[in-house]
Every structure is written in structure tokens, then in C-alpha cells.
Design a protein around this ligand. Structure first.
Ligand SMILES: Cc1cc2nc3c(=O)[nH]c(=O)nc-3n(C[C@H](O)[C@H](O)[C@H](O)COP(=O)(O)O)c2cc1C
Length: 198
């Protein structure tokens, strides 16, 4: 069994993928991990739409690109490092939608009150990302395309009570990334009271 800490400490946002296919068995294992996440009152208010069709992926890619070029890039440009900006840029301009699989993660308001819907879906996304990493897949949590919720609704034929929350590309990495950069724990953890350093 893969060591949990090896997985969680190496999980990264991948935006470039090899075209190698991902089997249904692997997808099912990853989605099963997603469905083992906690949710308010165990309502499990998620829906996963697994997209392989090139035409559908291209349509999601167009929405992603439109969101990036129509404001996303300008919004992020001053805050991201040049390397990260370049990576997000190539992801938005086709890297993400070129993944052999896109999982559209949705929240279903018919299962869960709106106040806790998002908090009940994000843990499932994190499980999905970790399970993908444990399976040797690259993945990323992306939300750019969800700026066009109504277009996504039409493309994916979502009923009114289901909203798209994230687009997660899945595929074998074009190139394995190094470990993620994160702040030392001491910059974010406190003892007993806020401001008392760890
Ligand atoms: C709420 C949220 C939205 C995100 N949206 C996007 C997105 O639209 N496009 C993208 O390329 N990455 C997106 N990301 C991925 C982040 O850029 C990534 O998790 C972060 O930079 C850390 O990357 P690393 O794990 O490779 O270090 C999003 C992450 C989160 C948590």
C-alpha cells in the first residue's frame, strides 16, 4: 500500500498530461475514494461527470480559456510568480482540457441545504486529488470554467438543482513535478491562542 504521507506531501496541481488513456477501473477507484469523504449529515451531495469525449473536453476548454482571457489572467497576474502564471496560463489555454479525462465535480442542492453544500463537496474533491496521486495520475482542482455556470449547465445537461463546482483533469503526467512549495508549519500553526508560535 502507498504510504499516505508520501501521497499527501507530493500532491500537486498538474496541468500537462500524456495522452495515454486512463482505465475505467482506475477512475472508479479514484471516485470511490472521493465518495468516502465526510459531508454534512452524510448527505453526500456530490455528482461526478466523467468526460472523455474530445468534443466535450474542447467545449470545457473553450470556457476555461474564455474565463482566463476575460479577466482571470488579469486578476492573477500581479500575485502569481512568473512560473506559476505561465503554468496556469498553459493549463487554461488547453493543457487542462487536453487531459484524457475531465471530472466535473458538481454539488446537488436537492440533497443538502445550500449553507453546507460547498463544505460538503470540497472534501470529496481533496480525496479525489489524493487518490489520483496515489494512482500515479496527475490532477488539479480548477474552477475557472465554473465562471460560466450557465454554459456548463447547457453543455453537461445539468438540472437546475445541480451546479458545477470544479473541473478536475485526470491523466498520466507529461512530466513528474517535484514536491510542492509550502510555507513552514510555524507560519500557519499557533499554540493555544492565535499568535503564540508553534
Ligand atoms: C479553489 C481553488 C481554485 C483553483 N482554480 C484553479 C484554476 O482555475 N486553474 C488552475 O490552473 N489551477 C487552479 N487551482 C490550483 C491552484 O493553483 C494550486 O492548487 C496551487 O497553486 C498549488 O499548486 P501546487 O500544489 O502545484 O503547489 C485552484 C485551487 C483551488 C484551491
Amino acid at each position: 500500500m502507498t504510504d499516505f504521507f508520501d501521497v499527501v506531501l507530493s500532491q500537486r496541481a498538474y496541468r500537462s498530461f500524456s495522452p495515454d488513456p486512463v482505465s475505467d477501473a482506475v477512475i472508479e477507484r479514484v471516485l470511490t475514494a472521493a465518495t468516502h469523504a465526510p459531508s454534512a449529515e452524510n448527505t453526500q451531495p456530490w455528482a461526478f461527470i466523467v468526460i472523455r469525449e474530445p468534443e466535450l473536453r474542447a467545449r470545457i476548454g473553450e470556457l476555461t480559456q474564455r474565463a482566463w482571457e476575460g479577466g482571470g489572467r488579469q486578476f492573477s497576474a500581479d500575485r502569481l510568480t512568473p512560473a506559476m502564471l505561465a503554468d496556469v496560463h498553459q493549463g487554461a489555454l488547453g493543457g487542462v482540457s487536453a487531459a484524457p479525462v475531465l471530472v466535473i465535480v458538481c454539488g446537488d442542492t436537492s440533497h443538502c441545504v445550500p449553507a453546507v453544500l460547498e463544505a460538503s463537496v470540497w472534501p470529496a474533491v481533496q480525496n479525489l486529488l489524493l487518490a489520483a496521486t496515489a494512482s500515479g495520475l496527475g490532477s488539479a482542482l480548477t474552477t475557472l470554467a465554473t465562471r460560466f455556470g450557465e454554459e456548463l449547465r447547457e453543455v453537461l445537461e445539468l438540472p437546475e438543482h445541480v451546479q458545477a463546482m470544479a473541473v478536475v483533469p485526470l491523466g498520466y503526467p507529461a512530466k513528474k513535478l517535484g514536491p510542492p512549495k509550502r510555507l513552514p508549519l510555524s507560519e500557519r500553526a499557533h499554540r493555544e491562542r492565535y499568535g503564540k508560535p508553534w
